[in-house]
Design a protein. Structure first.
Length: 68
C-alpha cells in the first residue's frame, strides 16, 4: 500500500517560493519512497515579436534578412 505523502511547513514554504513569480514554466516535485527529496523549477521567458521597421532606402533583400 502507498504511504501518504506528508508535507511539512518547510516543504510547503519551498514549494510556494518556487511558484512565486513564475509566469511561464514548471515546478517539478521529486518524491522518493514517499518523501519529497527535490524541487526543480524551469522558467521560460516569452518575448513578443517586435515589428521590424522597414526603411524605404533599403533594398527588399536586406529588409527580408532583417526580419530573421
Amino acid at each position: 500500500m502507498t504511504k501518504p505523502l506528508l508535507i511539512d511547513e518547510t516543504w510547503n514554504e519551498r514549494i510556494v517560493k518556487s511558484l512565486n513569480g513564475l509566469e511561464y514554466g514548471l515546478v517539478q516535485i521529486v518524491v522518493h519512497d514517499g518523501r519529497i527529496v527535490q524541487i526543480e523549477r524551469t522558467e521560460r521567458q516569452r518575448f513578443d515579436k517586435e515589428p521590424v521597421r522597414e526603411r524605404a532606402d533599403q533594398p527588399v533583400a536586406k529588409r527580408r534578412i532583417a526580419r530573421h
